[in-house]
Design a protein around this ligand. Structure first.
Ligand SMILES: [Zn+2]
Length: 304
């Protein structure tokens, strides 16, 4: 007899659900608008309707929920949920929990992505991995010794807000030299605008790089060094065996050729070590899949 779990990926504008069985096979996947502007009751109703539609009559035993920002169970708030004020007010998750009737496990969406990518391409090969999401921001999830490491407050893995230059670029968080202030999509665009007076998307900057544009060359050459040094800091601190790169900005192929030499040169300890930077393989389904794994763990069907 099959056993079923539901994964939910709650975003600022949409919510996505998947139904998985005990073998981790995805049996259904659906999405709809999350509508946070219409209030807490509406968001919870959207999630419940989406779950019912996705389950299609299968009796699921647990639900995993991936949230933006860091969910604090003590305050019932998602801290740092970008541009979604409703999620930073208390009550949404507890309301959902009270309506569900099965256990609900909540985790930050970067940790969900890290879990899904770990099981997709690292499990059995590596035990200690960091999965980085590089898009409009920069975050990461850590798997240390085959275990998801969230930290006592769920704040572990905020690699985007570790600094590589104490007098470096000012970050939106108020610090200087944060990785996010150089490498996020908006930051790449801002850096190009400062040099060339024209704001471009990362893809367009890449096109200019390939066409030999000196400003684009300068920005990417500096970015390879920033990313290489930042990742080397993480490897040196945690003895990582691999780094997985996901999110919109991870589609730029240059990272995989130019960052490893910088990073590997900066590694301390065992001589000659080479840490692979792997491209995420699950695309935008990683978040919802990782959330489902949390539910499977709750049911005693997965370990991490
Ligand atoms: Zn920062």
């Amino acid at each position: 007899m099959s056993r079923y779990a539901i994964g939910i990926d709650l975003g600022g504008t949409k919510v996505e659900a998947c139904l998985v069985d005990e073998t981790r096979a995805v049996l259904a996947r659906k999405r709809r608008p999350s509508e946070p502007g219409l209030g807490r009751e509406r968001v919870v109703a959207n999630i419940l309707e989406l779950i019912a539609e996705t389950a299609g009559g299968s009796r699921y035993e647990a639900v995993g929920l991936g949230t933006p920002g860091t969910y604090s169970a003590a305050d019932d708030i998602m801290y740092g949920a970008p541009h979604t004020p409703l999620y930073e007010k208390p009550g949404l998750v507890s309301l959902l929990r009270s309506r569900l009737g099965v256990p609900l496990v909540v985790e930050n969406d970067a940790n969900c992505l890290a879990l899904a990518e770990f099981f997709a391409q690292c499990h059995g090969r590596f035990t200690t991995v960091m999965a980085v999401i590089l898009g409009t921001g920069m975050g990461s999830g850590l798997i240390l010794g085959n275990r998801l490491h969230r930290g006592p407050n769920g704040n572990a893995g905020e690699i985007g807000h570790t600094s590589i230059a104490i007098d470096g670029r000012l970050c939106e968080c108020g610090r200087r030299g944060c990785g996010e202030a150089y490498l996020s999509g908006p930051s790449l665009g801002r850096r190009y605008a400062e040099l060339a007076g024209e704001a471009l998307s990362p893809d367009r900057i890449l096109e200019r790089y390939e066409a030999g544009d000196p400003h684009a060359r300068r920005i990417f050459d500096e970015s390879f060094r920033v990313m290489g040094e930042l990742f080397a800091n993480c490897v040196n601190a945690l003895d990582l065996e691999a780094i997985v790169l996901g999110g919109g900005v991870s589609n730029i192929p240059l990272w995989y050729a130019h960052v490893p030499p910088v990073m590997n040169k900066a590694l301390f300890g065992t001589p000659g070590r080479k840490v692979p930077i792997l491209r995420a393989v699950l695309g935008d389904s990683a978040g919802v899949l990782g959330a489902a794994y949390l539910a499977l763990r709750e049911m005693g069907l997965m370990e991490f």
